[in-house]
Design a protein around this ligand. Structure first.
Ligand code: TYD
Length: 213
């Protein structure tokens, strides 16, 4: 397996708090000069990502397979594009993304079977570290039910499948040499943020002599 150094990914079901935790991490980095922190997310805020978000919000419909291609196209740009993930990691910055290829293997795997997402995503190198935010789907659904709009995957049956598939694929992934940390995402925001920090701050980039905590 090929890994991208200085790159970590947050993964989890909807409502597991990955987006909140990226903001907490960003706050933490405000007082840190080096390494430079570059938080990012998928679907991105670029053209393909915005089209995906419209589909997720049910503003337009497409075949599940088409969506799988779109996620992969968005990711390709996110990774290899001018201001993409690799441009930052190569400058010795720490990149943390809210979701990456594993989200496609899980969500699109459930929707269109494993073959297509596996084929489209096998070309993307893996992150140095994956943090999985594990949360009981019933609690997750309670957390997201008060949001103003609902996306296509935000219902209990689907989220139960999502959690099961994450756990299965993470096991296979870690057996193949991928580095995975699982966090209990049911705790308070600050408690979870502290756990995230204790894991992130162990990444090799912090051991470089020019980087200080
Ligand atoms: P999410 O992180 O929940 O965005 P937000 O917090 O802004 O709503 O991601 C949006 C949804 O997209 C989520 O349900 C997971 C799904 N998704 C996929 O199905 N495949 C993918 O490859 C990615 C990156 C996300």
């Amino acid at each position: 397996m090929e890994f991208i150094p200085n790159f970590a990914v947050f993964e989890g079901g909807d409502g597991s708090g990955t987006t909140t935790q990226i903001s907490k991490l960003t706050e933490r980095f405000k007082n840190i000069k080096k390494p430079i922190f570059f938080p990012t997310f998928e679907p991105t805020d670029e053209k393909t990502g915005r089209l995906i978000r419209a589909i997720l919000k049910k503003e337009t419909t497409l075949e599940p397979e088409t969506l799988c291609f779109l996620f992969a196209a968005d990711r390709n740009e996110h990774l290899y594009g001018q201001d993409g993930i690799l441009a930052h990691t190569k400058r010795n910055e720490l990149v943390v993304s809210d979701r990456y290829a594993l989200s496609s293997l899980v969500y699109q795997g459930i929707e269109c079977g494993d073959e297509l997402p596996q084929a489209l995503n096998s070309r993307f190198p893996a992150p140095e570290l994956t943090i999985f935010f594990d949360l009981n789907p019933e609690i997750a659904i309670k957390r997201i039910k008060d949001r103003s709009s609902h996306e296509i995957y935000e219902y209990l049956d689907f989220q139960a499948k999502v959690r099961e598939k994450y756990i299965y694929l993470l096991k296979t992934y870690s057996e193949a040499g991928g580095k995975v940390e699982i966090i209990d995402a049911s705790g308070h925001v600050q408690e979870v943020a502290d756990q995230v920090w204790s894991i992130i701050s162990q990444m090799p980039i912090f051991k470089h002599s020019e980087n200080t905590l």
